[in-house]
Design a protein around this ligand. Structure first.
Ligand SMILES: [Zn+2]
Length: 68
């Protein structure tokens, strides 16, 4: 069962194991907004919790989730 988290070098991991990429994307975007409100910047990207790289179809899922 793949799981995702939003993680960045500076801000670290969100600490979740999201079961869907859409859920991880919502989490990432909430962090982007939260950082923005504090005048900061979120460097988080979505990754597999096991460290495997995000695949092309998953990139498309993320892009689709960003639109809706
Ligand atoms: Zn999360």
């Amino acid at each position: 069962m793949p799981a995702y988290h939003a993680v960045g070098n500076v801000t670290g991991s969100c600490g979740h194991a999201h079961r869907s990429i859409q859920s991880a994307e919502r989490c990432r975007r909430a962090h982007v907004i939260g950082c923005h409100l504090q005048g900061g910047y979120s460097d988080r990207e979505i990754e597999h919790t096991n460290g495997q790289p995000i695949e092309d179809w998953e990139e498309r899922e993320i892009a689709d989730a960003s639109i809706s």
